[in-house]
Design a protein around this ligand. Sequence first.
Ligand code: ADP
Ligand code: ASP
Ligand code: MG
Length: 414
Amino acid sequence: MGLIVQKYGGTSVGSAERIQRVAERLIAAQKSGQDVVAVISAMAGVTDELIKLAHELSPQPSPREMDALLATGEQGASALVAMAVNALGGKAVSLTGAAAGIVTDGVHTKAKISHISPRQIHELLAEDFIVIVAGFQGQSTQGAITTLGRGGSDLTAIALAAALKADDCQIFTDVDGVHTCDPRVVPDASKIDEIAYDELLEMAGAGSKVMQSRAVEFAKKFGVGFEVRSSLKDRPGTQAKATPANMEDVVVRGVSLERNQAKVTICGVPDRPGCAGVIFSAIAGASLNVDMIVQNASSTGTTDLSFTLHKDDFTLAEKTLMPLVAQIGAEGLSATSNVAKLSVVGIGMRSHAGVASRLFACLGEAGVNIQLISTSEIKIAVVIAEEDLECAARATHAAFGLAGPRRPSSAAAG
Ligand code: ADP
Ligand code: ASP
Ligand code: MG
């Protein structure tokens, strides 16, 4: 008998009716002869609501208490799914992350899984239970509740599939699979049938939140094949694997979008050893996560240094760096929080020329100004004004011929 891990995201358990549909799917999977482990996210909007509540009560809530609070969203949803299965005549039991044996380090709000001891899951499966695990959480070796970062139920599912040596891992969500761009922004985005871990990793890291990037990283490291598919329709989704067919023939696999970015530029930085070190030590000291870093070549003895980070960290970054400008002898600092990032991703880029020119030309024709550019082996990313993002996404998607047959219903849910 095979073992399947199915993960259901927030929209997929967003109402009593949807929970009932999930319960029906779980019972059907068990009836088809499989051992079934389900990983459940908090109902849509619950995590955001809990975060908002916490900030109404405290400007800087303790990370430990944040984890204790946020983990309840997934716990409630899993208990509801278990109740729904039982009400339909099935046999289910819900477990917290801790009870499922998920042990993490003690870094609250972004804990790393150190190991999984799924003894209780195995015992329950042996007694024919459908085992429902609360996603996004674990327990530190000190016994505190921890969470795995936003979108972390994806990681719970992939890690459990690895620990249980599952035959199948399915990530059910509110779109038909991984698309060539966010189908809510580009309606003619097409579903990708197969995608390489490396491509999905770059897309997730560049803002395509359909999968948490840490979950994809874990899947790549442990060779966990998985499928991203719709919980609302019965259709094949996207298979993520090490080497999809014709991998290098597809030059650009998708376009990723990241909103809510800010850009900071320190102008006239003296061109001497140590300046970048001083700037980024201060940034690290303030626990700010920087994304893109771009420095100009110097021809006049000074250079401009720009970087991007999340909009929420913008004020702290400005406050941290202002005093350093004079200290390192730079000319000034300019910052804007109205920017976004657009990236094109594809393994085929390694062996095909002309991707950059096509991207820059199409953005130029669309009247979109490029503020920063950065590249990796399989990605080209640009920072643009946030107000240009949707127009740029549609133009880029068309320029690389990524459109598929129009399927408006694929983005209609949620
Ligand atoms: P879940 O709650 O199931 O975890 P998420 O909201 O985290 O779902 O992720 C699904 C959403 O990801 C979709 O509704 C879609 O808007 C968005 N998305 C962004 N980029 C893509 C993409 N390239 N392909 C599919 N969905 C994408
Ligand atoms: N509920 C958590 C979040 O909204 C985890 C998840 O849904 O995967 O980030
Ligand atoms: Mg998600």
